[in-house]
Design a protein. Structure first.
Length: 292
């Protein structure tokens, strides 16, 4: 098989949907999952959103920004709320990289090409998608506010938000968190025999303990986000000392209940988890295409 052969639309669609569903099956404290819903959203909302996003983001014939807008519009129209803006923003460049006919054999350099090629039209579509989704705590921005028409390309616009938004940070730092935290933790967890839902929770806690969740920080405060980060770090230490799965589950559910009672949703960490699972799968698909 020729080097640089693109992934099929079906393989990318399946990979996106599987990443979303696997993340939903993981016990992620503070976030929606099959063990406990919350934040006025249901598990079924997210399952529906996964199918919608996968169908649109896997299309080869639609530009990146337009795909983001269509996926967000379709999701909000179907489920009535913003369930997946962050997921769509993160997964679209990854999908675009996998779908491209590129001389590069691996995902990361393909992704860098996609990010470098982002346009002002992409920014225009994404601004509209963000306005439709209306994420909590968005507020006004002193530079490149999404309420205005964009004057720069999407990557430059993301650069202005990178210090306060971990998803924007990925656009300007080559998805650094995904490839240095998420993907390695996922592969390591699976190599140690963890079930996939446990491995996904391990990835999530890795993000939650590595930096303050920007969704919590934006909606509440830097102090609240740092508190959750510190508790996540302590939880990881506690979990490592427990041998039984039920004991670990009980500790995580305790943390989960407390966060939800306070309305604290580490949404950025959950979105990064989906992106990490997707990136790993796309890496594997590309590697398989080269070896066969």
């Amino acid at each position: 098989m020729a080097e640089g052969r693109p992934c099929s639309e079906k393989s990318v669609r399946d990979a996106i949907e599987q990443a979303c569903l696997r993340e939903l099956e993981a016990l992620k404290p503070g976030n929606v999952h099959v063990y406990a819903e919350g934040h006025d959203m249901t598990v079924e909302d997210f399952r529906t959103s996964a199918t919608i996003a996968a169908a649109h983001l896997s299309r080869r014939d639609v530009p990146l920004g337009e795909k983001i807008l269509i996926a967000v519009e379709s999701t909000v129209a179907k489920v009535g709320c913003n369930t997946n803006l962050g997921i769509v923003l993160l997964c679209t460049p990854l999908a675009q990289a996998a779908l491209a006919a590129d001389e590069e054999k691996t995902l990361l350099p393909r992704l860098c090409r996609v990010l470098c090629a982002l346009s002002i039209d992409d920014a225009r579509f994404v601004y509209k998608a963000i306005r439709i989704a209306s994420p909590a705590g968005l507020g006004e921005s002193p530079e490149h506010d999404v309420a205005d028409d964009p004057t720069v390309d999407l990557r430059e616009a993301m650069k202005a938000a990178a210090e306060r938004d971990r998803i924007a940070f990925q656009y300007t730092h080559g998805f650094e968190d995904v490839f240095t935290i998420g993907v390695p933790r996922w592969r390591e967890a699976l190599s140690k025999g963890m079930r996939e839902e446990e491995a996904a929770a391990h990835v999530y806690l890795g993000f939650l303990s590595s930096f303050p969740d920007s969704h919590i920080e934006r909606k509440y405060s830097a102090g609240a986000a740092e508190e959750v980060r510190n508790r996540a770090m302590k939880l990881e230490i506690t979990l490592s000392s427990l041998s039984g799965p039920e004991a670990k589950k009980a500790e995580m559910l305790k943390f989960d209940s407390d966060l939800k009672e306070r309305g604290l949703n580490p949404g950025a960490s959950a979105d990064l988890t989906v992106a990490s699972l997707l990136a790993t799968k796309l890496e594997d698909i590309l590697a398989h295409s080269i070896s066969t």
